[in-house]
Design a protein around this ligand. Structure first.
Ligand code: GLN
Length: 529
């Protein structure tokens, strides 16, 4: 019988519930337990794939091709474990399944209801999660905050599971914000008290309360919160904002959070081995010289849109004991003001993206990197931009473009894959998830990866057009990794440049803090040189 931990949020969303949760799971993982995570979100989109990064942050993709919430990324990175399709559900996805069953007549004329049908389906998904992963502990995060109408059935399912399986097997952790009022210079406990009470009105008493605040939290505040919300003083964990999210597991460890949870779940006393993480923090603390990367994109107003990529560039910096600073440059500003906006950059990164806006500015940035021998890393759209720039400037194909920007263009260096042409919906027609890449011997890619075949995660629609490959290669644009059939370009690089390389995949999705992806590691090294 696996143990279940439910995580709920209180007061506000976006307070770092995912990071707090991932940090606790990491402690359990380092106690040599196997841990599986699931997140249930209340909104009605079937998955976050079609949501704007402005509203929802980046879309995280799993190996098996599910488009999920960015918290699943935190889980993978902190736990160093791959999640799957069973890790992320929305109300939309669950309702879709129920309604399909109803239309098929599976309910034999019965009335289909939130309880027991929807709650029953959630239980099935939780069961499938822990049985398929064989985990000792299954962790289930309920998205949003308690009191949200759309999450009520999730709380009800969690309550029922605790009732059915017993308190030794199912516990609750509530993560809530302790706001600070500037005017009166005080922390206010009332919102937390209300959120705990709301949770109790659903029949759930949290076993642990993680108190998030922007400042240090005085001990008497914790006393007050514990007594007002009826939670054991020892189980109220203070979680002030730290200078690096990677410090959170250590901060929790210093409060023995892992040991306490093991004991609540009757998992016995276990040693928690923090050694790998301590090395990471040691590197962070000893990273001094600063490298500045220009990230040229179009969602630059919202850092969460490029969350994974930023983190992994930073972590690759730490591994070299350098502090990598990412400065966002709005691609449209380059169109207006030119590449002088990039003169300070040690390296240029063009991240993934969709749509035409800003792409001319990105092409200008790629040209600047090529002509000035500035290290360049292109990620997905960034690889397509690199190809278009090269075709325009080196081959002289002035109208070189992508079918995404010029559907009727005569020279679409980047085009849509044939089998996707007939797909017209906005979902389900991308190349998603893990695919093998075969690396060309003798290439920079081979040196970077130190391998001839690797797996990379994808999320894109368009591809490098092989019709242009020969003339591009003759001029020094090398396709250095492809799909096994040789048809799809996976990695491209320039012959006459110290580090101008780009991948059609998303290496940020598989990079881990304790062992960053080689494309990032080499990018940082190229900047140091
Ligand atoms: N828009 C491009 C495509 O669909 C790139 C996608 C991406 O960067 N993730 O192929």
């Amino acid at each position: 019988m696996p143990k279940l931990i439910f995580v709920t949020g209180g007061v506000l969303s976006g307070i770092g519930k995912g990071i707090a949760a991932a940090s606790i799971w990491a402690l359990l993982k380092w106690a040599w337990l196997s841990v599986f995570c699931q997140k249930f979100d209340g909104y009605l989109n079937v998955d976050p794939g079609t949501m704007s990064p402005f509203q929802h942050g980046e879309v995280f993709v799993t190996n098996d091709g599910a488009e999920t919430d960015l918290d699943i990324g935190h889980y993978e990175r902190f736990l160093d474990t791959d999640m799957s399709r069973l890790s992320s559900f929305t109300s939309g996805k669950l309702y879709e399944e129920i309604i399909m069953k109803e239309r098929r007549g599976d309910y034999l004329g019965g009335t289909v209801q939130i309880v027991p049908h929807l709650t029953g389906l959630v239980k099935e998904k939780i069961h499938e999660g822990f049985t398929s992963s064989g985990a000792d502990v299954s962790i289930i995060e309920i998205g949003g905050t308690v009191g949200d109408m759309e999450n009520e059935y999730l709380l009800e399912t969690a309550r029922q599971l605790q009732h059915e399986l017993g308190h030794d097997n199912v516990i609750f952790i509530h993560v809530a914000l302790l706001p600070y009022l500037m005017a009166s210079k005080e922390l206010k406990t009332k919102p937390i008290q209300h959120s705990v009470r709301t949770l109790m009105s659903y029949g759930i008493s949290p076993d642990y309360l993680v108190v998030r605040a922007d400042t240090d939290i005085p001990a008497d505040m914790i006393d007050k919160i514990a007594s007002a919300s009826g939670i054991k003083r020892d189980n109220v964990v203070s979680a002030p904002t730290l200078d690096s999210i990677y410090r959170v597991p250590l901060a929790f460890h210093s409060e023995s959070v892992g040991q306490k949870i093991l004991s609540s779940l009757k998992l016995g006393d276990k040693t928690i081995d923090m050694s790998k993480w301590e090395t990471l923090l040691d590197n962070i603390d000893n990273s001094e010289n600063v490298l500045v990367i220009a990230m040229v994109g179009k969602y630059v107003g919202l850092e969460d849109a490029y969350y994974s990529l930023n983190e992994w560039l930073k972590c690759a910096g730490f591994a070299h004991r350098r502090r990598v600073k990412i400065r966002f440059v709005e691609a449209e500003d380059i169109e207006k003001e030119g590449t002088k906006l990039l003169e300070w950059a040690h390296g240029i990164c063009i991240p993934g993206g969709f749509g035409t806006r800003g792409t001319e500015g990105m092409i200008m940035a790629a040209r600047y990197a090529r002509e000035n021998q500035v290290p360049y890393l292109g990620v997905c759209l960034g690889s397509q931009i690199m190809a278009i720039e090269f075709a325009r400037d080196v081959l002289g194909i002035a109208d070189a473009s992508s079918e995404e920007f010029t559907p009727d263009g005569a020279n679409n260096i980047i085009h849509i894959m044939d089998h996707q042409k007939e797909l017209t919906t906005k979902w389900g027609n991308m190349r998603l998830g893990q695919y093998p890449c075969i690396i060309r011997p003798g290439s920079l890619a081979e040196r970077v990866y130190g391998a001839t075949e690797v797996m990379e995660r994808h999320r894109h629609r368009f591809e490098f057009n092989p019709l242009y490959r020969e003339q591009m290669e003759d001029a020094g644009f090398i396709v250095s990794a492809t799909s096994p059939d040789g048809m799809l370009a996976e990695v491209v690089e320039l012959r006459d440049h110290p580090y101008m390389i780009a991948t059609q995949a998303h290496p940020e999705l598989i990079s881990r803090p304790t062992h960053p992806h080689p494309l990032f590691m080499w990018f940082v090294e190229a900047m140091v040189k």
